[in-house]
Design a protein around this ligand. Structure first.
Ligand code: GAR
Length: 216
């Protein structure tokens, strides 16, 4: 399955997908990487790996609707079947959602519906929860409100900082996101308003698909 990955930052999730593809754990091909930031290290990594890249900068496409349309056009040009938001820190708009209905996947550093938005780990620390994690979900018109595909849990320790918790969550993201993309690419996971996992690929313990192994 051809995918386009959208990034804004460091790109550790992009790396995890590339590694999973290289190791045969993810049946996808990255046909392009798009960023809203020219200086994103993720973009440099993509270039090093000879993956085609594009920057769609909000300053160059104003107002917001024009940026959204430019993004949809840039992403659509590669003819990909799936769009993966891997640390993309902007909310995609109606043009993107219309161009890729139920075909945009996002990874979020919290157990949604708790702690949506840009600072999931900080919200978890502030709320004093003892368990947090990450969520891979489909993107709809809301902010981190789309149908949940998979989640992984991590403990929140008493001495955690936002950074230490985020690092622990990211270790799970790097496992979860490629495995969800793989499940979609293989047709095990069907996308839509109510996504389903093929029975043969549901965990035998009756839990929801792709939950985390015991805490790591
Ligand atoms: C990831 O932890 C991802 O969950 C988060 O940004 C980080 C990007 O890291 N995304 C959001 O918070 C979206 N609301 P990366 O650039 O190293 O993959």
């Amino acid at each position: 399955m051809d995918i386009v990955v959208l990034v804004s930052g460091r790109g550790s999730n992009l790396r995890a997908i590339v590694e999973a593809i290289d190791e045969g754990r993810c049946a996808a091909r990255i046909v392009g990487v798009v960023s809203d930031r020219r200086s994103a290290p993720a973009l440099q990594f993509a270039e090093e790996r000879h993956i085609p890249t594009r920057v769609v900068h909000p300053r160059e496409h104003s107002p917001r609707e024009a940026w959204d349309a430019a993004l949809a056009e840039a992403v659509g040009a590669w003819g990909a079947e799936l769009v993966v938001l891997a640390g993309f820190m902007r909310i995609v708009g109606p043009a993107m959602i219309a161009a890729f209905p139920w075909r945009i996947v996002n990874v979020h550093p919290a157990l949604l519906p708790s702690f949506p938005g840009s600072d999931g780990p900080a919200q978890a620390i502030a709320a004093g929860v003892r368990i947090s994690g990450c969520t891979v979900h489909l993107v709809d018109a809301g902010v981190d409100t789309g149908p949940i595909l998979a989640q992984a849990a991590v403990p929140v320790r008493g001495d955690d900082t936002v950074e230490s918790l985020h690092r622990r969550i990211q270790r799970q993201e790097h496992r979860l996101l490629p495995s969800v993309v793989d499940a979609i690419a293989r047709g095990w996971m069907r996308l839509g308003a109510s996504p389903t996992v093929a029975p043969a690929h549901e965990p035998s313990d009756g839990s929801t698909g792709f939950v985390s192994p015991p805490f790591v």
